[in-house]
Design a protein around this ligand. Sequence first.
Ligand SMILES: Cc1cc2nc3c(=O)[nH]c(=O)nc-3n(C[C@H](O)[C@H](O)[C@H](O)COP(=O)(O)OP(=O)(O)OC[C@H]3O[C@@H](n4cnc5c(N)ncnc54)[C@H](O)[C@@H]3O)c2cc1C
Length: 408
Amino acid sequence: MTRGGVVVEMTSLGNSQNGSGISVCSDQGYADVGGDQLWVDVLRATLEQGLAPVSWTDYLYLSVGGTLSNAGISGQAFLHGPQINNVLELDVITGKGEFVTCSKNENPELFFGVLGGLGQFGIITRARIVLDKAPTRVKWVRLLYSDFGTLTKDQEHLISIEAPNYVEGFLVTNENTTNDWRSSFSSPSNQSDVVSSFKKNNGLLYAIELVKYYDNQTAQTIDQEFEKLLKELNFIPGFIFSTDVAFFDFLNRVGNLDNEKLPLTESHPWLNLFIPRSRISDFNSGVFTTIIPEFNEPFGLFIFYPLNRNKWDDRMSAVIPDEDVFYTLALLHTSGANEYQTIDKFNGQILEFCEKAGIEVKQYLPNYQSKQDWIKHYGSKWNIIQKRKAMFDPKMILSPGQRIFNSV
Ligand SMILES: Cc1cc2nc3c(=O)[nH]c(=O)nc-3n(C[C@H](O)[C@H](O)[C@H](O)COP(=O)(O)OP(=O)(O)OC[C@H]3O[C@@H](n4cnc5c(N)ncnc54)[C@H](O)[C@@H]3O)c2cc1C
C-alpha cells in the first residue's frame, strides 16, 4: 500500500480516549462520528434515536473517512447529493501534522479539499454528519426494460421529481439473474416472456431499482403513492418485482463481505465511471450493446443510474462531468485471483472506446498510472488541487499510492 511509508490503522482511534466514536446529537440533527467508524455502526447508533444519515453507499462496511475521501454514492444521491455533500464539519490532521477543525465557514479550503480529496490533504478523524428522521420500512421494486431510451427517460424522470427516496438501475446480463430475485421478491408469472425479450436484445436487459420509505404514519397511503409513481413509468408490462423490508435491512442489503466464509482468492478489478448525459446513447451502443455482450462474464454486477450535478458542491475535490445530469456506471467484476488481466483488458477497451468517441467520462474511485492522466482527470480543478497539496501536505507524505503527486 505504501512502499517505505506507513499505513495508519484507523480503528485504533476508536479504542483510544482521543477517538470520537459515534455521538448522536438528536436535537441538532447531526452525529459526530470518528473517521474510523463504519457506516453500518453509524446507522445502528442513529436508528436508536429514530434518526439516520440521508446519503449512503450500497455497502455499509466502509469507513466514514474512507468514503468521504471519495464521494460516497448510492441511490439516495440524486436527492441529497453524495455523502460528501452531507457533512457539516470535520476534524483533520494535515500533512503538516496540524490538527484543524474545518467547515464551510472555518478553514473552508481544507474542508472542501479533503471532501473527495483521495486522502491527499489530511486524515479525517471526525465528521459531523447530517441526520434526518428515519423511516421504519421501505417498498422496494425492480422494473425491467428492453429499450435503453425508455429506461433512461424513466430514470431521468424519477430523479427530476422528489417522490422516490432511492433510484438506481443495473444491466441484466445473465438470463438467470431474475431467477435469483424470486426468493426475496414476488415475481410475475410470465417469466418466459422476459427470456425471449432478453434473447432478442443481444442478451441484455435493463432494470430500474426504485424505493420509497414509509413509517407507521404513512403506512396507510404508501401503496397508493407507489401506484401513482409506477403509472408514470414504461417498464415491460407485468415485469415488476416487489418486496417490502425493514429500513435497516434495505440499507444493509449487501451484508458484510469481509467474511471468513467468502473465498480469499477472488480479485475485483472494478471500473467506476461518470458519463455525461449528452453522450449516454453513444455509450449504450458502443459499450452496453457491443463490448459487454462480447465479454461473457458470469459474476459481474453492472450498476447504472443518473445523478443531478446541482447536488454536488463544486468547491469539493471530487470530479464529475460538466453536465446537469450524468450517469454512474459501476462495473463490479469478480474474477479468480489470476484472471484479473482479462478484466483489466476489458475495462481498458471501454476507456479506449470513450477516448476515441470523444465521450468525456470521469473515473470515480480513479486509478491512473501517470501524472498526465491525473492532470486530465482534474481538468480545470488541477490548479486548486496543486495549491491545496502545497498548503496542507507540502512534503507529499499522504496517500502516495494514488500516484497523483508521487511516482511509486
Ligand atoms: C465492497 C465495496 C463496496 C463499495 N461500494 C461503494 C458504493 O456503493 N458507493 C461508493 O461511493 N463507494 C463504494 N465503495 C468505494 C469506497 O467508497 C472506497 O473504497 C473507500 O475508500 C472505502 O473506504 P475504506 O474505509 O475501505 O477505505 P480504505 O480502503 O481504508 O482507504 C482507501 C483510501 O482512502 C483514503 N482514506 C481512508 N480513510 C481516510 C481518512 N480517515 N482520512 C483521509 N483519507 C482516508 C486513503 O487515501 C486510503 O488509502 C465500495 C468499496 C468496496 C470495497
